[in-house]
Design a protein around this ligand. Structure first.
Ligand SMILES: [Fe+2]
Length: 372
């Protein structure tokens, strides 16, 4: 019956491409998975249940095969929705919360009763930190006291070792209104290149020969609060996940091959610097997972501030567009819209990030703290 149907369709539409949710080796049929599951698409969504790991990755399974010992059924809008791996990280005593997975990465945590007034003051920051290592970014929405400066800073100390920089502990990320090349693009309304924080933060270290050297010291985490809402439709913060980058790395590239690549970065203006022998992949400091370390090339025509020239040192320059396109791929990168009062914690090793441009003169303002 299925075969007869396929033949009829092929006859009726000889020049059309056929889409199917079933795996297939046929040259005239494209197999597309309806859910972003890990591995091959082997089960149809209406014959299976969705099973999530804490890190957000999805597999499909018959409901009866999902072990009750390790997974729990999650209800959304009063209806059974999916099975989620059990974890103490979802247990926040005294707070009744919903943990909503965002696409393609990150978890939004909101009070189940929107009228609840849970204070940031009472949030267990070590749980937020652990969740951020597994499924960044972690967003707390609908909590109180999130834009209270003292509470915000105090909770950073609960999360880890707070790292000051030239601006102190807390950076106010907003458009400073400067237009000259020597200004810092972070405090402008321009789009920014995909990057990790702290690439240009240097600390003195003594090497094995007793010589003092200056080394780049990226922080482990970024912690934000949205002091204001962002203008609608602009000023997104983009978060690209290394786990998803490697999940969708196209053939013939492999993690092993990519891990050998090093790159060179020449930066002008505010970030004036020349760095060499930068590894494209580094192991995550907690779990050893491969993490992409990258600064997107930022030519002079894209910015009125510092520009940045990137080259690959030991492989084809084709790696540059490959990395750039995959980092902005919607399967890999979350386009996050801020709401006023959002708290966000992001793992600066597991993720890269950037910002899209926003309307200048708007009062978009985030506060940011780095911690280890
Ligand atoms: Fe940044």
């Amino acid at each position: 019956m299925t075969k007869a149907f396929a033949t009829a369709i092929a006859k009726k539409f000889p020049n059309s491409v056929r889409l199917s949710i079933h795996p297939s080796a046929e040259t005239t049929k494209l197999s597309i998975s309806l859910t972003p599951q890990v591995g091959a698409c082997t089960m149809t969504p209406w014959h299976s249940s969705l099973v999530r790991s804490v890190d957000g990755s999805i597999q499909m399974s018959h409901a009866l095969r999902v072990p009750a010992l390790t997974h729990e059924l999650i209800y959304e809008d009063g209806r059974p929705s999916y099975f989620r791996e059990k974890s103490e990280l979802f247990n926040w005593p005294g707070m009744d919360l919903e943990f909503k997975y965002m696409y393609p990465c990150g978890i939004l945590i909101i009070p189940r009763d929107r009228n609840s007034r849970y204070s940031l003051h009472n949030v267990h920051m070590q749980k937020v930190r652990k969740l951020a290592e597994i499924c960044s970014p972690i967003v707390l929405r609908g909590f109180t006291d999130t834009t209270d400066r003292r509470t915000f800073i105090a909770k950073a100390h609960d999360a880890g070792e707070v790292l000051p920089w030239t601006f102190g502990v807390l950076q106010e990320v907003k458009d400073a209104g400067r237009k000259d090349r020597m200004a810092n693009n972070v405090v402008s309304s321009e789009a920014m290149p995909m990057h990790y924080d702290g690439m240009f933060k240097f600390v003195k270290k003594v090497d094995e020969n007793g010589n003092e050297t200056s080394v780049s010291a990226p922080p482990r985490f970024q912690y934000f609060t949205a002091k204001t809402p962002s203008p609608t439709g602009s000023g997104y913060t983009l978060f690209a996940s290394s786990r998803l980058f490697f999940q969708y790395l196209p053939k013939p590239y492999t993690v092993e091959e990519i891990s050998k690549v090093t790159w060179d970065c020449k930066n002008s203006g505010f970030w004036d610097n020349h760095m060499t022998n930068l590894p494209l992949v580094v192991p995550h400091p907690s779990n050893g997972m491969p993490c992409v370390r990258w600064h997107e090339p930022w030519p002079v025509w894209k910015t009125k501030f510092a520009h940045c020239i990137i080259s690959i040192e030991n492989a084809s320059q084709d790696i540059i567009p490959l990395v750039d396109s995959l980092l902005y791929d919607r399967r890999v990168c979350l386009y996050f819209t801020w709401e006023k009062g959002d708290i966000l914690v992001n793992d600066n090793f597991a993720m890269l990030h950037t910002r899209t441009a926003f309307e200048g003169e708007s009062d978009r303002e985030l506060w940011r703290i780095h911690f280890d």
